[in-house]
Design a protein around this ligand. Sequence first.
Ligand SMILES: Cc1cc2nc3c(=O)[nH]c(=O)nc-3n(C[C@H](O)[C@H](O)[C@H](O)COP(=O)(O)OP(=O)(O)OC[C@H]3O[C@@H](n4cnc5c(N)ncnc54)[C@H](O)[C@@H]3O)c2cc1C
Length: 496
Amino acid sequence: MKQAKTCAVIGSGIAGLAAAIRLQKQGFDVTVFEKNTSAGGKMSELNANGFRFDKGPTVLTKPEYVEELFELCGKRASDYWTYKAVDPIFNYFFEDGTVVRSSKNVEQFAKNVEANTSTSASSVLDFLEKSATKHFLTDEVFLQRSLHKIKNYFNWSTLRGILNFGKVDVFRSMDTANSKQFADQKVVDIFNRYASYNGSNPYLAPATLNVISHYEITLGTYFSKGGIHRIISALQDLGEEIGIKFRFNSAVKEIVTDGNHATGIRTENNLENFDLIVSNGDVYNTYKYLLPNSAAPKRFIEQPRSSSVIVFYWGMNRTFPQLGLHNMFLTNDSKQEYDHLFGTKTLYEDPTVHLTVSSKMNTKDAPEGQENWSALISVPHDTGQDWNELVELSRKRVIQKLNGILNTDIEPHIVFEEVLDPPKVNAETNAAFGAVFSNSSNSMFSAFLRHPNFSSQLENLFFCGGTAHPGPGIPLCLLSAKIASELIAEKFVVEN
Ligand SMILES: Cc1cc2nc3c(=O)[nH]c(=O)nc-3n(C[C@H](O)[C@H](O)[C@H](O)COP(=O)(O)OP(=O)(O)OC[C@H]3O[C@@H](n4cnc5c(N)ncnc54)[C@H](O)[C@@H]3O)c2cc1C
């Protein structure tokens, strides 16, 4: 075991905060460096003209991973942050007027599907059971531990996965599996859409990713009281209480090295020594900008990127009773939409729109009688497209799509607007190519090709966050922080 005392965490995204809390609790003296003026990264919020928006995530699953951090510090999570179950989870709107609602009551959801489509309730329940099995077989092996340590393969859960490999469903795409499972294309489209949750293409991504529906429907989706950004402020409060030091407006410019050891970090004005360094920044950019003299591991760095997003944050001067917290307006041709996103890297004329209205749950998010809309569409990552032009085009298409289904001209009701696009995602959070979900999961090997939670060149450099193993999304980012802190504990003991 080596000795260490001080630790720098680069970035205060959800994983950076979680890693900092775990490491401070382990006894290290942790300082978090964040280039922005506040914490949260992609989980930041926007307050303007009486409206509040979560700029990034709106679908919260596995809240117990957040609670675990408070428990670890001997605190009660509910003293800092609370949440409640969402039901219905999603309202799915189709061009022909069909509406299907997903529910935390799976039987009810299956009945809703049967009542509104030609798919039977039993095939939905069968699908969700298969998704639960995928979760059971893959969770420990693929998500809870480092995939890059040989010793982690010699255990019962790996053997169980190998013995039941067929049920993990890696050899066919999500779309192939879902088209076989469901009689109705609408239901195929609903379940294919889960590929977008990590920026992937259901026509390529392995059917293993159908496990995402298990998280959202069977395990449940939750609403963070006060908004998702509350999670960030609660974790920051916890971090400050246990002694973590936060340095905002402090962009790290270089990780300074000596042989196979990282000795410290350089910011604009300072060079500070640290015994351990954890990067929560995008792995690609960490190598490119902070470690210009280290050879980047191409195998992990040069993987195809995920899709990105354009989000319109709209303050609406009236309410829309037909909407819930989460609403999905589905495209008329899902294949075309994904071919555009991942093939030609352009935008399809009829986009799927994920419309979140958090004021349905948190009335303070909009003035009385009004609503806060986040209208999100998937777009390709940034390869130099003209984003001003694409934002303008998307705005027209999104409004046209919503007008058609809601049977109202929504544009006159937009009284506030701000937009997020791939270059802004990059500028705000240092996400290479503005890819919101780092690498795509469009191949059966993708899980193995995310960057490990440790550096194989620098003995005291570790990684957490959506661009490292096990991947993007709040639950996985929290697991990445856990894995990184466990790897540190295996190698370093706190110096007294
Ligand atoms: C629009 C949108 C919708 C999403 N929807 C969902 C959803 O519904 N559910 C879900 O679970 N997930 C969703 N996600 C994904 C989720 O938000 C991310 O996977 C997650 O928040 C990433 O966290 P992270 O810890 O990797 O860090 P990030 O949020 O990427 O933050 C990294 C931080 O590091 C800082 N940083 C980077 N480089 C440096 C440097 N050199 N010096 C100092 N600081 C630096 C950045 O400023 C940033 O604050 C969504 C994301 C977006 C953008």
